[in-house]
Design a protein around this ligand. Structure first.
Ligand SMILES: Cc1cc2nc3c(=O)[nH]c(=O)nc-3n(C[C@H](O)[C@H](O)[C@H](O)COP(=O)(O)O)c2cc1C
Length: 183
């Protein structure tokens, strides 16, 4: 069965960007896809900060990433870029870790002024990891979404909810059209 890996780059326990991933995960599972979700909190902070590339704490992430057909990367905007914790995690990965995978970026931010973070900050680093099939991605402003009691997003804007659902559908279709990375 094709699988999708979801990576949350927010350090927050109650996270809007992680809520988007929770919705995505339920959507993909409903489409018959295998999913694996990792957040920064799954890894020892010291291993991330000190760049311990060979720490066994990252073995499961690397294994599921290798097998995944598609990857969703979600992050808050921090200081007009993606979160530093996400960069620390991406730095741990092998240089071509995203080669051959379809990628969906999801970004939440306090201001609409930073929506180009997807294009000028996040996509270049994903491309540097070998990604060539990068979907457009979705940028969500804080006032458009809250985190529901079940950890999924509650949208105040139906057009945005539709765009998010469309992005998830497109990624699910892409993943289902591919063979698993390791059949
Ligand atoms: C340290 C820090 C820096 C931030 N910098 C920005 C910023 O430059 N631009 C912006 O639009 N929002 C900024 N924000 C707001 C967050 O991007 C926003 O609240 C986001 O939805 C948080 O996502 P999360 O709930 O998944 O952690 C910042 C928040 C923090 C804590």
């Amino acid at each position: 069965m094709p699988s999708i890996l979801l990576i949350s780059g927010s350090p927050s326990a109650s996270s809007r960007s992680a809520a988007l991933l929770n919705q995505a995960r339920a959507r993909f599972a409903g489409a018959g896809l295998d999913t694996h979700l990792f957040t920064l909190r799954d890894f020892p902070a010291e291993d991330l900060i000190l760049g311990r590339y060979d720490s066994p704490a990252f073995d499961s992430l690397k294994k599921h990433l290798e097998a995944a057909s598609a990857v969703v990367v979600a992050t808050p905007v921090y200081k007009a870029a993606y979160a530093g914790g996400l960069k620390a995690l991406l730095d741990i990965l092998p240089q071509t870790a995203l080669r051959g995978k379809t990628i969906l970026p999801l970004v939440t931010g306090g201001s609409p002024a930073h929506q180009l973070v997807i294009d000028y900050a996040l996509k270049p680093v994903l491309a540097a990891l070998g990604a060539t099939d990068l979907h457009q991605g979705v940028y969500v402003v804080d006032k458009q979404v809250s985190v529901g009691p079940d950890g999924t997003p509650q949208f105040s804007d139906s057009e945005l909810a539709f765009r998010v659902e469309t992005a998830f559908s497109a990624l699910a279709a892409a993943a289902l059209s591919r063979q698993p990375a390791h059949a």
